[in-house]
Design a protein around this ligand. Structure first.
Ligand code: FES
Length: 128
């Protein structure tokens, strides 16, 4: 996150009671599909509701040990960093900064970083 991210306001997503602990739910915030995850320890995480593998929704994926499991092909993502922790995903998912004020969960709609290079890409071959 760069210094300009500090200037981006936090936006209301949901009430803390809107997502049960251990569950996740997608909310439309401006033009983004934000997946709000309520961890069993009571804290919240927010990620773009899109798996980096085949761009399918992550909503409904199991949440365990700070990770979410894509409900489609089982890739795991770290909810703190967005890093892909298992195949078939290689690239990270986008993570939004979250804060809770009273009973309201807010996210900062920072843009995703530039797409990282695919470590398995073959020079001159597209389609990854
Ligand atoms: S779409 Fe998520 S693992 Fe394939």
């Amino acid at each position: 996150m760069d210094a300009s991210a500090n200037e981006i306001p936090f936006r209301f997503v949901a009430k803390t009671s809107d997502v049960e602990p251990g569950k996740n739910r997608c909310f439309q915030v401006e033009d983004r599909n934000v997946l709000l995850i309520h961890l069993p320890n009571g804290t919240f995480r927010a990620v773009e509701n899109q798996c980096s593998h085949e761009k399918k929704p992550l909503e409904g994926g199991r949440v365990r040990n700070g990770k979410i499991v894509c409900p489609h092909h089982g890739a795991n993502f770290d909810l703190q960093t967005g890093k892909a922790m298992s195949a078939p995903a290689v690239l990270p998912i986008h993570v939004y900064p979250v804060k809770v004020e009273g009973d309201e969960v807010m996210v900062q709609l920072v843009d995703p970083p530039k797409k990282p290079k695919n470590p398995f890409a073959i020079p001159g071959v597209t389609g990854f």
